[in-house]
Design a protein around this ligand. Structure first.
Ligand code: GCB
Length: 600
């Protein structure tokens, strides 16, 4: 799905700002059918949960409604008009006046509708968007709604981050011609000093495609005509981790034969292209043929007040901190991030492991913590990895790859975080999902993130992964406070994986909750010293195990979770606090990662 863009043939109107807002407690009959009866206003983009002081809104389970009026620019006569939502968490439905124009499940991926037939250039219409935050045993991520005494509903879920909901990302109205580019796929390769850019353009309507690749100076590097082809770039400037280089691929649809004489450009779309290769060879992860070692974080889209609402100021600041600390990568734990984030990573040479929203498919875990008394039956929901969940999971993989396939920063797909892979049948559930991801994108490795309870001889799914991604909490959840024992256990387990699989391994989570300002001379969990000592211990082990190709600390910053006695106003494993101030560990990480980055 193409990101909307203003080009010579396309126009954009941002619908971000304050909308009328109401949660649906059963008293809103057909809220789209007229003006929403409410005094509340909510900003788009933002989660709605933390905006208001009313806990009934924060803890609401079900539909919430957003409404505003929109005027279609009068110059759009003759154009197709689209409404595009970058995300509606977890389910969205859109009405133009009284007409439902689109419905979408999955809270972190975009959707759109052609609304040309329902609107008129120059005229206003009433735009109503419903968002539903309910998670069931069949949704991705899964959850279960409990009924409390008195009939109040409560959303239960197994993942360890607050179930923020709302319009988290931009909403836009855009115009495009009837005959237009509907999709572009770019795959890059390198042959000596020549870059190869394979492209495929999909169109609606009949027109000839003309493509031009320009370098960062705007010089033409290659041209071609036709819906598919290979552009050869002499003396190619590669996209490298830490040294991004982006070509601009401009696609023109022309009415005529494409030779320039009398041709009329009917549509124009452009995207940036980074020429790079990714490959897993034995136990190495190669970018542009060179072994790559991941340093960085698992992150979250999370900040005070706006919750999971995208914010460009946090985007820029987070990437500044990533650079300051010397990191080269992050994982989009535990869902696809805003497209602005992916574009920024492309432009700044940060490497991304791109994860679906398949998190919490594990009834042995609750709120991120091992929960042997879990109220949920079966792994990942009542039906336990059943066909409905598999279908939702396929959709998440398909829509993620469709959205992010052209980003050079994305070097690997992660199709799930910590599913219950010790459970019988999970191999049968996961094998077709790995196949599906590889069929949709044969060019990138595919992985999933393994949970501590499924070591090498127990995990039924690691055999399908190209890279072993492990989350381990030795010294924290097990061997708590005893780093000497934790070191022995960690090393023994990593060597077990190395011997049994011979695949590259990334530690995709390791860390310790830490309260800034808490100190001790002993290994006292929750202190700043303990967090630093724990990470140092992991690094000693990583440096001794050959198959390790990366380390991503859990987490970049503190983040909000559901309430629980293990969580002090959220998860505190951040290297930075929720407002992005460094804890002591940030300085020791900076020393290690800048040395690695600079080859010291
Ligand atoms: C994990 C989960 C992550 C949690 C983390 C923790 O393994 O993947 O979502 O936040 O542990 O801190 O417990």
């Amino acid at each position: 799905m193409l990101k909307p863009k203003a080009t010579a043939t396309r126009e954009l109107v941002s619908l971000n700002g304050l909308w009328k807002f109401a949660v649906d407690t059963g008293d809103l009959a057909e809220p789209w059918a007229g003006p929403l009866t409410t005094t509340l206003e909510a900003p788009v983009p933002a989660s709605y949960n933390d905006l208001f002081t009313d806990s009934a809104i924060r803890d609401h389970v079900g539909w919430a409604w957003y409404q505003r009026t929109v005027r279609v620019p009068r110059g759009w006569a003759g154009e197709r008009v689209f409404i595009r939502l970058d995300a509606a968490t977890h389910e969205g439905v859109v009405y133009v006046d009284d007409v439902e124009v689109v419905r979408h499940e999955g809270g972190y991926l975009p959707f759109e509708a052609d609304i040309t037939e329902h609107v008129a250039p120059g005229a206003e219409f009433r735009l109503t968007v419903g968002v539903n935050n309910v998670l069931t045993p069949d949704t991705i991520p899964p959850g279960l709604v409990k009924e409390l005494p008195g009939g109040r509903k409560q959303q239960g879920y197994m993942h360890d981050f607050y179930n923020y909901a709302g319009l988290h990302r931009s909403v836009q109205l855009y115009s495009a011609p009837a005959t237009r580019v509907t999709d572009v796929t770019v795959v890059t390769d390198v042959d000596g000093a020549t870059g190869l850019v394979r492209y495929a353009v999909e169109t609606s309507g009949d027109a000839e495609a003309r493509v031009t690749l320009r370098d960062e100076q705007g010089e033409v590097a290659a041209t071609a005509t036709g819906a598919e082809g290979v552009l050869e770039v002499a003396d190619v400037h590669l996209w490298q981790p830490g040294a991004a280089y982006l070509y601009d691929l401009s696609i023109e649809l022309v009415d005529g034969d494409g030779d320039g004489d009398g041709d009329v450009v009917v549509d124009e779309y452009s995207l940036h292209v980074g020429v790079r290769t990714v490959e897993v060879r034995e136990d190495r992860f190669l970018i542009n043929g060179e072994p790559f070692y991941f340093t960085g974080f698992g992150k979250h889209e999370d900040s005070a007040v706006r919750g999971k609402g995208h914010d460009d100021a946090y985007l820029v600041h987070d990437f500044e901190l990533i650079d300051w600390i010397g990191a080269n990568s992050f994982r989009t734990s535990h869902y696809p991030y805003a497209e602005e984030v992916m574009d920024y990573a492309d432009r700044h040479g940060i490497v991304v492991i791109d994860e679906t929203a398949a998190v919490g498919l594990n009834s042995r875990i609750s709120g991120g913590i091992a929960d042997l008394m879990s109220a949920f039956g079966g792994g990942g929901g009542e039906e336990g990895f059943g066909p409905k969940m598999a279908e939702a999971h396929r959709r998440e993989i398909r829509e993620l790859i469709a959205r992010d396939k052209n980003h050079p920063s994305v070097v690997m797909w992660s199709i799930a975080n910590e599913p219950d892979t010790m459970a019988e049948g999970t191999d049968v559930y996961f094998e077709p999902l790995f196949d599906y991801a590889r069929e949709l994108d044969p060019t990138r490795p595919v992985t999933f993130v393994n949970v501590m309870m499924a070591p090498p001889d127990v995990c039924r799914v690691s055999k399908f992964a190209d890279v072993l991604c492990l989350n381990r909490y030795y010294g924290w959840y097990v061997d708590t406070g005893d780093l000497a024992t934790a070191e022995v256990h960690l090393e023994a387990e990593l060597r077990g994986w190395e011997q049994m699989y011979g695949k590259p391994m990334i530690m995709t989570e390791y860390g310790a909750d830490t309260i800034p300002g808490l100190h001790s001379v002993w290994d006292q969990p929750w202190t700043e010293e303990f967090q630093a000592n724990l990470l140092d211990m992991y690094h000693r082990v990583f440096d001794r195990v050959d198959a390790m190709v990366g380390e991503q600390v859990w987490n970049f910053a503190d983040f909000q979770t559901s309430v629980g006695i293990f969580r002090v106003d959220g998860n505190k494993k951040g290297v930075f606090s929720r407002d992005r101030r460094p804890k002591a560990v940030a300085h020791s990480l900076r020393a290690r990662w800048t040395a690695l980055r600079d080859g010291r």
